[in-house]
Design a protein around this ligand. Structure first.
Ligand code: ZN
Length: 358
């Protein structure tokens, strides 16, 4: 979870974000709203039934929120929404084990407990229940003990309970963080088991630490520091993905944290970085389902409609997406990127076999 917005002004914010107000996106200017949605969108008719008399609309792959906390919002919170998949980025292992047994939508991937330095974030936070964080002592010596070390044991335990992602907390603003040797050991242990590593970065230098250590994904667009272009380029070259979570920087209100996040995300995206849609659902008040304000923030960061849909439908951490279900949005496609968020509020999940390409 991000810290509360601070009161410092953001002198480094460079006004490079977004498009000139009133200027249509180039794809839309070409006059084909469906084409502006990119190759993931198809014009379809929903099969005839009593309730849905052959509606015409747009089909998209299943939508994924890549950052939620079911321990805070409840396992069933998204059951009646257009979100078909979620990634739970921090929960006690009992909840992971129970969640792996559950059928139905959304499908869930879990990170398990937050791995953190002794006394580090989120230990002691009022929202973090017992068992949701695991403190790991620093790796000593050359790290080459023949015995299974505490890091390997912790990572193996996450996986045995059903975690498919490993989450580390690197929040230097509120407590101690892993040293480089320990973080390297965690990343190595996760990668040996085929698990990607997601980091919560907050505080000066934490993005650099995550990039240096080969962290695969940032749980939040960095919002406490401006990420310089050279570091961005290294993150992108390494294939690092960023989960957006712009809305929760200040719940839609203007703030230096929000400005920094949008500026960082705009430059990350413009330079070729892979963005994943995510809301940090459970962190404060948010609508269930697709958050129109998160979509609008992605548009503000310069993502075209097709880029937003790529971020929303990336199957990460899965390699492939199910083809049994699809997203269906009735009615005509949005005329402008600004209309994308409102349009997506009409989305629902349907069996793929109910859709006929037009
Ligand atoms: Zn979170």
């Amino acid at each position: 979870m991000p810290r509360a917005a601070d009161s410092q002004s953001s002198a480094s914010y460079g006004g490079r974000v977004g498009r000139t107000p009133g200027m249509p996106h180039p794809d839309v200017a070409r006059g084909d709203p469906l084409a502006a949605l990119g190759p993931l969108a198809r014009r379809v008719r929903r099969s005839l039934s009593g309730e849905h008399p052959g509606e015409v609309g747009t089909a998209l792959p299943p939508l994924v929120d890549h950052h939620v906390h079911l321990m805070l919002v409840g396992a069933e919170a998204l059951a009646d929404t257009a979100i078909a998949g979620v990634v739970d980025l921090g929960a006690p292992l009992e909840l992971v084990a129970a969640g792996r047994q559950r059928d139905g939508l959304p499908e869930v991937d879990f990170a398990g407990t937050f791995l953190t330095a002794p006394g580090g974030y989120p230990v002691g936070r009022p929202w973090a229940p017992a068992g949701s964080a695991r403190e790991l002592d620093p790796v000593a010596g050359d790290g080459r003990s023949a015995l299974p070390d505490a890091v390997s044991i912790a990572v193996s335990e996450q996986q045995s309970f059903g975690a498919s992602v490993v989450k580390v907390a690197l929040n230097a603003d509120v407590g101690p963080v892993f040293d480089r040797r320990t973080l390297d050991a965690i990343v190595a242990a996760a990668h040996e088991r085929g698990l990607p590593v997601v980091a919560h970065v907050e505080g000066d230098g934490m993005t650099r630490l995550a990039v240096d250590a080969g962290v695969d994904v940032l749980a939040h667009t960095p919002f406490t520091e401006q990420v310089d272009d050279a570091l961005l380029a290294r993150a992108i070259a390494a294939g690092q993905r960023w989960i957006s979570t712009i809305f929760v920087t200040s719940y839609g209100a203007p703030s230096p944290d929000r400005d920094r996040a949008i500026d960082n995300l705009a430059r990350f995206h413009a330079a070729g970085g892979r963005v994943l849609y995510g809301t940090d659902l459970g962190n404060g008040e948010q609508p269930l389902g697709v958050n129109p304000e998160e979509v609008a923030a992605l548009v503000a960061a310069g993502l075209a409609a097709s880029d937003v849909l790529t971020a929303l439908t990336d199957p990460w951490p899965r390699r492939t997406r199910t083809d049994a279900i699809a997203t269906f949005v009735p009615g005509p496609p949005p005329e402008t990127p600004a209309d994308l968020a409102r349009w997506l509020t009409g989305a629902g999940i349907v069996p793929a076999e109910d859709l006929e390409d037009l």
